[in-house]
Structure formats: C-alpha cells, structure tokens
Design a binder for this molecule. Structure first.
Ligand code: PLP
Length: 348
C-alpha cells in the first residue's frame, strides 16, 4: 500500500496553502483595507467581480457573512425569502436571516438541491392581501452542499431565474462552490453568475485559500454591502496578506477543480467495485456519498482507525468524502483500499 498519512476527506476546507500561495502572501503589497487602501484586496475584488460577470465585489472573511450581507441588502425586515430547505443559508447559518435581517424563511423541498420554476411559483404568496408577508428574494445554491455537490444545469437555472424575475423577486446566488459548478458545466462562471443580483463565493473551499470569501454585485449594491460589512464587524486592516492567497487561488486554482472532480469519480467507482454502497449517479463534482451501514458511529471509528476521515450528511447512514487540493492520486488509491476494509470490519 502507498505510504500516506491520514486521508482527510471530510471537506474541501481541509486544504493548507501551497508553497506558491504562501510565497504570494509573503510578497503581497498591503494597506488599510477598511480605507480601501490595500492594493491586494482591491485587485482580488476586481478579478472576482470580472470572473463572476458582476460590476464590483467586496472581500469578506467568510461566505457565511457574504450570504448574510447579500440577503440583507436585497430585502427589508418582515420580507419572506425562498431557498431550498437544506440550503446552507437555511440549515447552517444559525437562523441568521431572522437574526440579522428580520426575514421569515420559506423552504422549497428538493432532493437534489435543485428545484423547478413551477416549485418557485407555487411558493409565492399573494402579498396584495393584508396579512401575508412579501416574498422578495430567491436564493439558489450552486453547487448544492447537502445533496452531495450537485450542480445546476444552465436550462434549470434560466427557468427558475425567469420565474423569479417574473414575480419581481431579487436573486442571490450562494456560490460557495460556484467555480466547481462552472467547471462541471464546462462554461465560465460569469455566464450564469451575472444573472443574479448578488453572488457569494468561498475562497477557502476547493480554491484552497486559508480563509476568505467574496460577495459580488452592482456598484450600488456593493456600496451598501461595504456598509453592512462594517456593521457586521467584517471590515479589516492589512487584509491583503490573506487576500493574496485568494487572488492566487482565483488565478491558479479554478481550472484544476476538474482534477478534484475526476478524483471523486475515480474514488466512487473504486469503492463501488469493492462493493461499498456509493451513489454513483450523485457524483457530479467533488463529493462522494458513501453508505456506511447501520452503525454510523462505529463506522466513523473504524474509518479513523484505518486512516480515513469522512464527514456525516443529513442522512445518518450516509457519509461523504470530499476531494480537494491536498488529495492526490496516491491518497485516492489508499482511500479505495482503506474504506472497504474499514467498513467490512464494522460489518464483521
Ligand atoms: C461552506 C459554505 C458556506 C459558508 O462558507 P464559510 O466561508 O465557511 O462561512 C456557504 N454556503 C455553502 C453552500 C457552503 O458550502
């Protein structure tokens, strides 16, 4: 067996900055980001806006903050927002929509994280009546995390965007992994992302920066986003030292996401060939959903003993493996060998 250490497939947030990325951080020109005097942050914002087909962008510490600011500047307290029920926005941000923006939330049920124009229309309320909250925003997540990294097909996106616009809704894209989606679609992220009012991208997932995110939109919206960023406590100082990592990632780590997808596919097929329950049809980007049997805690223990870390999903008997920058072919070979042995030892 190849000599590799513990294989951390829990998330694509597990990456460490590469030597080249650290080099870029070391030499980045710096200034006061809060005063818009950090050249590296400004350069990152400009490149991100361009890659997303938007006029402007705001550098932020996290994509959670990006989502929260995005929905904040597109709504008013008392509004109702639509998103898929297991979306990060609804299921993983501690009720931020209610806390920060006074919004009520209306979930759309969809097993793949992707829904239809008809489903959007069915959720709209007749807010001309006295009692009903105004539905003003639709949020879309691409790729969709909880369903295992599924990506929106261009025609599906156009259909829900048209339905939302017809109903006068604003549109927010939680594109934490939008570059994975773009690579899977085989067309530039801008082509789809430009259709949204606001787009949030995480730089510390598959792109491999240690932290950071970007919110993009029109000049006017991003001016408001900067105020909210300050209010949320996200305005920074010599942030270029980390923004340099994000800038490096946008320049060098977008196209390589295709390798993560290919490795996820190879891992899934290798596991399936060894009799592990894997949802091959669900492997669309860099996630693999692995069935672990009737004793998930024991499975997690055994996997760790065999030197593989997976993480849980919304389904207790399904774990996920996520490929990323720090997972090479050797790690995939080792995982294909270790995971079946670990799971067999649970069953025994
Ligand atoms: C990880 C993630 C976020 C939040 O990103 P952070 O930078 O960790 O705050 C938002 N949306 C989706 C879909 C994610 O996967």
């Amino acid at each position: 067996m190849a000599q590799v250490d513990v294989i951390d497939l829990r998330s694509d947030t597990a990456t460490r900055p590469t030597p080249e990325m650290r080099e870029a951080m070391l030499h980045a020109p710096l200034g006061d980001e809060q005063r818009r005097e950090d050249p590296t942050v400004l350069e990152l914002e400009e490149l991100a806006a361009r890659l997303l087909g938007q006029a402007a962008a705001v550098y932020l510490p996290t994509a959670t903050m990006g989502n929260q600011i995005g929905i904040r500047i597109l709504t008013r307290p008392g509004d109702e927002i639509l998103a898929e029920e297991s979306s990060h926005l609804f299921a993983a941000e501690l009720g931020g929509a209610a806390v920060h923006s006074g919004l009520s939330t209306r979930p759309i049920e969809a097993s793949s994280g992707r829904f239809t124009a008809q489903q959007v229309r069915a959720k709209l309320r007749d807010w001309g009546r006295f009692h009903t909250p105004r539905t003003t925003l639709l949020a879309v997540e691409d790729t969709h995390n909880a369903s295992g990294g599924s990506y929106w097909r261009p025609e599906e996106l156009s259909a829900v965007i048209d339905a939302a616009r017809d109903a006068g809704l604003k549109l927010h894209l939680d594109g934490a992994r939008v570059f994975n989606a773009a690579v899977a679609r085989g067309r530039p992220a801008a082509q789809d992302a430009r259709q949204f009012d606001t787009v949030c991208v995480c730089l510390s997932k598959g792109l491999g920066a240690p932290l950071g995110a970007v919110l993009a939109g029109s000049e006017e919206l991003m001016e408001r986003a900067r105020l909210e960023k300050h209010r949320f406590g996200g305005a920074m100082r010599q942030a270029g030292v980390v923004a340099a990592a994000g800038l490096y990632a946008l320049r060098h780590h977008v196209d390589r996401l295709a390798s993560d997808h290919a490795r996820a596919r190879r891992l899934a097929e290798g596991l399936a060939a060894s009799g592990v329950g894997v949802r091959l049809d669900r492997v669309e980007t860099n996630f693999v959903q692995v069935e672990v049997g009737t004793d998930p805690p024991a499975a997690a223990r055994r996997l760790a003993e065999h030197g593989v870390l997976l993480s849980g999903t919304l389904e207790p008997a399904v774990f996920r493996a996520v490929t990323h920058l720090d997972i090479g072919d050797q790690e995939i070979d080792a995982a294909i060998e270790r995971i079946p042995r670990a799971l067999a030892s649970v069953a025994a």
